[in-house]
Design a protein around this ligand. Structure first.
Ligand SMILES: CC(=O)SCCNC(=O)CCNC(=O)[C@H](O)C(C)(C)COP(=O)(O)OP(=O)(O)OC[C@H]1O[C@@H](n2cnc3c(N)ncnc32)[C@H](O)[C@@H]1OP(=O)(O)O
Ligand SMILES: CC(=O)C(=O)O
Length: 532
């Protein structure tokens, strides 16, 4: 495959995605998402804007260790009337030591006059100076040509001159941005084609917004017209109506258009998992109807469809769902569910005969639990535990006899209003009944502390287990405070392990205990503890 058939993927979830209404990443979220995207095979990960807010500063202060992707720090061109070397904003962006720096700058003369109040020639100098200065500090510099399509429509010569200024100043890529998201795919294809007739396509990128619900189509049209870098976000997060959704773009590029990306086949097969795990992190329900990765993308309901798909899935499927890690759901048969369980077993490393009757039992149990609110997509450790329990492979590490949690809200001696929680846990370990009490700043923290206190003397490795994330989702909000809650707990240990467990109950503390218990047992199993 020639060089021109390689498309570079640039993820801006942690920057443009952070501009989504209602989304607020922590620095730890950002680091975890960056690791996930790195493992997927994304070429560039834009981590945020150093100097713009404390979260981005904290993220860049401890650069995540990436093995496949290059980390980009985002910022804007120098301010008018300053030198690039003396611009504090630019210095903050360049100061974090990211291997890639992406600078946004105007390319629409109207914006120069109205938004910046400066002469367009000064703006072009700002672009050139800033890019040139950035090349002295970063290995690779990109120029995000803001409002390129609106600018090109109004004054093509000026918009192009900004691109040329950036390239001459040393930019590796110029990225054409449809910042307002109003350009339709046909226009994008024409304009990108005109750009790539003058500039090499492997220096040109595309960055589309979804204000006309065509960001994915426009991004693919730009690639057809010669652009070789595509910017987007996971699940289409982004300012206003979102950015182009990389989760839809990647399989279209690879499976439909025959392009090579940084993802290999096995990476592509993780796409569904990455998309859903990301939604779990944001504590929002995955879009069932999402192209390629939605739960409904390969679910067949109509009688005509089911009958034909059973003869040959190609009758009603545009690709094999496994290619993107999704699964076919045929509602009249449980054979597909069985295959799915077997394929998960292979992933986990559980060896079992395909005709083992326990598989059908596990399948029923998973279906029943999912009906009751469990979601195993984002809680792989709970699924593995359930599977091993059905196969009688989980030792009894401890038995909970009871727990009680009390919350107290009162004024302390200094006259301050405080809320304290206290948990009492009674359990049997190795035949011995034991009881402990612990306090916490909330009921789950008190319960967690009490559970550890009781387990650590027998299983010392539990001291290395910590909860790194805790999320609650109400599953039936109409029931108000009687609603069923789903708790997801992400845990990590001092051996580099990281896993997620799930608990469901109409009582949030009970749901939390179920997820906590799974986490602890999963850890003990991984550590090779044998239990009773
Ligand atoms: C198209 C995009 O999505 S670009 C990314 C947009 N993302 C964000 O804005 C999120 C992060 N931004 C921020 O935290 C803040 O806006 C900051 C820290 C960058 C700047 O904050 P402030 O200094 O308070 O400026 P404020 O946001 O009010 O206005 C932007 C300023 O940058 C100037 N500016 C805008 N674009 C550019 C540019 N490409 N080059 C130089 N200056 C620019 C504007 O003229 C304005 O200057 P003024 O304050 O002299 O009027
Ligand atoms: C750079 C960017 O986010 C935009 O122009 O939309």
């Amino acid at each position: 495959m020639s060089q021109s058939d390689r498309v570079y993927l640039y993820d801006t979830t942690l920057r443009d995605g952070a501009q989504t209404m209602g989304v607020d990443f922590s620095a730890a979220d950002k680091a975890a998402i960056a690791r996930e995207l790195d493992a997927l095979g994304i070429d560039y990960i834009e981590g945020g804007w150093p100097g713009a807010n404390p979260t981005d500063d904290a993220f860049f202060a401890a650069l995540p260790d990436l093995s496949r992707a290059r980390l980009a720090a985002f910022g804007m061109t120098r301010r008018a009337g300053r030198s690039a070397a003396n611009d504090p904003g630019l210095s903050a962006v360049l100061g974090v030591g990211a291997p890639v720096v992406t600078l946004v700058g105007k390319t629409w003369d109207f914006q120069c006059k109205v938004a910046l109040g400066i002469d367009p020639d000064e703006n072009r100098r700002m672009v050139a100076d800033s890019v040139a200065h950035a090349t002295t500090r970063a290995g690779e510099v990109m120029f995000d040509a803001e409002h390129f399509f609106d600018g090109y429509r109004d004054n093509a010569a000026y918009a192009l001159s900004c691109l040329e200024a950036a390239l001459e100043a040393g930019a590796r890529w110029v990225v054409l941005c449809d910042t307002n998201g109003g350009t339709l795919p046909e226009e994008v294809e024409r304009m990108v084609g005109e750009v790539t007739a003058r500039l090499p396509g492997d220096r040109v990128g595309i960055h589309c917004h979804n204000d006309t619900a065509t960001a994915v189509a426009s991004s693919l049209a730009a690639v057809r017209a010669g652009a070789r870098q595509v910017q987007g976000t996971v699940n289409g997060l982004g300012e206003r109506c979102g950015n182009a959704d990389l989760i839809a773009i990647i399989p279209s590029l690879m499976l439909k258009m025959g392009f090579e990306t940084g993802l290999a086949g096995p990476d592509l097969a993780r796409l569904t998992q990455v998309s859903r795990k990301f939604d779990e992190r944001l504590n929002r329900a995955p879009n069932r109807h999402a192209a390629y990765v939605g739960e409904s993308a390969f679910a067949h309901k109509g009688g005509l469809h089911v009958s034909a798909v059973e003869k040959d899935p190609r009758c009603y499927e545009h690709i094999i769902p496994d290619l993107v890690g999704n699964r076919r759901q045929i509602l009249v048969s449980d054979q597909s569910g069985r295959s799915n369980v077997l394929s998960r077993f292979r992933e986990i490393g559980i060896e079992v005969e395909p005709d083992n009757p326990k598989i059908a039992h596990l399948l029923e149990e998973v279906k029943l639990r999912e009906f009751n609110g469990y979601a195993y997509d984002g809680a792989e450790a709970s699924f593995e535990l359930l599977a091993r329990e059905v196969l009688d492979e989980v030792p009894v590490f401890f038995s909970l006899n009871s727990f009680r949690v009390i919350d107290e809200r009162r004024w302390n001696a200094k006259g301050e209003l405080i809320t304290l929680s206290e948990a009492t846990v009674k359990a049997t370990i190795h035949g011995q009944q034991t009881m402990t009490v612990a306090e916490g700043n909330g009921p789950v923290s008190a319960l967690d502390t009490a559970l550890r206190k009781i387990l650590i003397p027998v299983y010392p490795t539990i001291a290395g287990l910590k909860l790194v994330d805790y999320k609650v989702r109400i599953l039936n909000p109409d029931a108000a405070t009687n609603a069923v809650t789903r708790v997801l707990i992400e845990s990590a240990d001092d051996r580099g392990g990281r896993w997620t467990t799930v608990g469901v109950s109409s009582n949030v503390i009970d749901a939390s205990y179920i997820a906590l218990r799974d986490s602890v047992i999963f850890k003990l199993m991984r550590d090779g503890e044998t239990g009773e």
